[in-house]
Design a protein around this ligand. Structure first.
Ligand SMILES: Cc1cc2nc3c(=O)[nH]c(=O)nc-3n(C[C@H](O)[C@H](O)[C@H](O)COP(=O)(O)O)c2cc1C
Length: 167
């Protein structure tokens, strides 16, 4: 991979996947129904103003339906929400059927029991290769610090281990 040969998508995915992330759900109400995607690319960007970002693939069929909404929810999934993450991250029509969710008055869709959530609007969308970096302004947020997060690493789901005791 250091030979100057073109980088293969498989190699990129494997090496990108060495960086552990959480898993978020980016979702809103479209014609009264929840629509959303799972995204491991969520990252906090700025404190003042409060901004976060998600990288969205150009192939996404859901993002064009979300991006014009006045408010979009971003839920950080908990360790107990692996099934919800898999379901919402799959290319299937009924993603929210078995996932408890709620809509805010502004039309964001948030996953019930998530350890953290943000209610956002789209601030900027910056083209970057085969994805867009979507910068969101945060209008409301909350955290449940005692709910452990779901971890995405090496293409699989993991949980945080309690810290080892010093001998
Ligand atoms: C663990 C996981 C992480 C994902 N992260 C992203 C991401 O950061 N950005 C993205 O555009 N899609 C991501 N996806 C894919 C989307 O959730 C979704 O499957 C994709 O947008 C296709 O669905 P759509 O056509 O309804 O948009 C991820 C999927 C999984 C399972």
């Amino acid at each position: 991979m250091t030979s100057g040969a073109p980088m293969l998508e498989l190699d990129l995915r494997r090496v990108y996947g060495a960086f552990p992330t959480g898993l978020s759900v980016v979702a809103g109400l479209v014609s009264g129904e929840p629509a959303g995607i799972a995204a491991s690319s969520f990252v906090a960007v700025s404190l003042d103003p409060p901004l976060v970002s998600v990288c969205v693939g150009h192939a996404s069929t859901t993002w064009p339906r979300l991006r014009t909404l006045p408010r979009i929810g971003i839920s950080v999934l908990g360790a107990h929400q692996e099934a919800a993450g898999r379901r919402i991250g799959a290319r299937r029509p009924d993603r929210f059927a078995t996932v408890p969710w709620r809509a805010t008055p502004g039309g964001s869709v948030l996953i019930a029991g998530a350890p953290a959530w943000y209610e956002c609007s789209v601030e900027r969308q910056i083209p970057a290769g085969d994805h867009d970096i979507v910068v969101f302004r945060v209008h409301d947020l909350d955290v449940a610090p005692d709910v452990p997060p779901l971890v995405f690493h090496g293409g699989g789901f993991h949980r945080l281990c309690p810290p080892a005791h010093d001998p």
